[in-house]
Design a protein around this ligand. Structure first.
Ligand SMILES: NC(=O)c1ccc[n+]([C@@H]2O[C@H](COP(=O)([O-])OP(=O)(O)OC[C@H]3O[C@@H](n4cnc5c(N)ncnc54)[C@H](O)[C@@H]3O)[C@@H](O)[C@H]2O)c1
Length: 263
């Protein structure tokens, strides 16, 4: 995969997990990278790891002002912005009855409103760059329902719709927008959070839970952070220039049907 020219990228949630790896992979491909994350320590750490051609900004994706400032500082530092990766996200798990209004607001606020704020702030420079690219990180939870994950699933379904609409609206200016939907990646911050919950719920060891998840995946393993970064880098590459409005499952076939009653 080739990424021509020096991309000027902003990555929300770049302080940890998938966002951090994507920041590293883009930077290694020659891009200038702004890492945006609400956690200031993570921002400092990842920007330090990247070194030159990198900017770290502590900002909350739910804030229009924060996102506008992050875009402005990126343009000032790198002379423009042509690539946006939306990875900031929070997880919530709990039954309908145990999900509070605050849980709903926080989950939808970061995962959906936050994506909107980032895309809206970035849209002008993405349009004027003539080669704008957006990739949002959805989830298998944006493809079908799961028990005890109502706000998270709703936020990720919303993100698919947001990405499709943005793709349609920005296409006349040559901007592509696509959504990558990974199945659980146990190694990231969110992956660990999900794993901890499953351990408490099932009363089994983390190793047993991870092995069970792998054994029920059609391709027989769990997703890695590199699986997701590879898909994102493809959508940002020159070869994907004619791909827009697509939702790409990175899930080892977990979205495929199974024969009812037969494992
Ligand atoms: N790990 C998985 O199993 C998995 C599976 C499918 C989809 N995803 C999605 O991938 C994305 C990245 O998650 P991850 O697994 O790398 O988790 P992570 O927790 O390692 O990283 C998420 C980052 O988002 C940041 N963040 C949270 N709220 C923010 C806010 N208001 N403003 C700015 N930054 C904020 C966090 O500080 C954190 O650094 C998320 O959107 C998540 O929903 C993860």
């Amino acid at each position: 995969m080739r990424i021509a020219g020096q991309r000027k990228a902003l990555i929300t949630g770049g302080g940890s997990g998938l966002g951090r790896l994507i920041a590293h992979r883009l930077h290694a491909a020659g891009a200038s990278v702004t890492v945006v994350d609400v956690d200031a320590d993570r921002v400092r750490k990842v920007a330090g790891e990247l070194g030159d051609r990198a900017l770290g900004l502590a900002a909350d994706v739910r804030s229009a002002g924060d996102m506008a400032q992050a875009v402005r500082e990126t343009e000032d530092a790198f002379g423009g912005l042509d690539t946006l990766v939306v990875s900031a996200g929070v997880f919530h798990i709990g039954s309908l009855e145990d999900t509070s209004e605050q849980d709903w607001d926080r989950t939808l606020g970061v995962n959906l409103k936050g994506a909107f704020m980032a895309v809206q702030a970035a849209a002008p420079p993405l349009r004027s760059s003539g080669r704008g690219r957006i990739v949002t990180i959805g989830s298998d939870c944006g493809r079908r329902g799961f028990p005890r994950q109502v706000p998270y699933v709703a936020s990720k379904f919303g993100l698919v719709g947001l990405t499709e609409s943005v793709a349609a609206e920005l296409a006349p200016d040559g901007v592509t927008a696509n959504c990558v939907c990974p199945v659980g990646v146990p190694t990231t911050g969110m992956g660990q959070e999900v794993l901890d919950w499953k351990v408490r719920q099932a009363g089994e060891s983390p190793e047993a839970i991870v092995a069970a998840a792998a054994s029920t995946n059609p391709l027989g393993r769990n997703a890695t952070e590199d699986d997701v970064a590879d898909a994102v880098l493809f959508l940002l590459s020159d070869q994907a220039g004619f791909v827009t409005g697509v939702t790409l499952d990175v899930d080892g076939g977990a979205h495929l049907g199974t024969v009812p009653g037969v494992r």
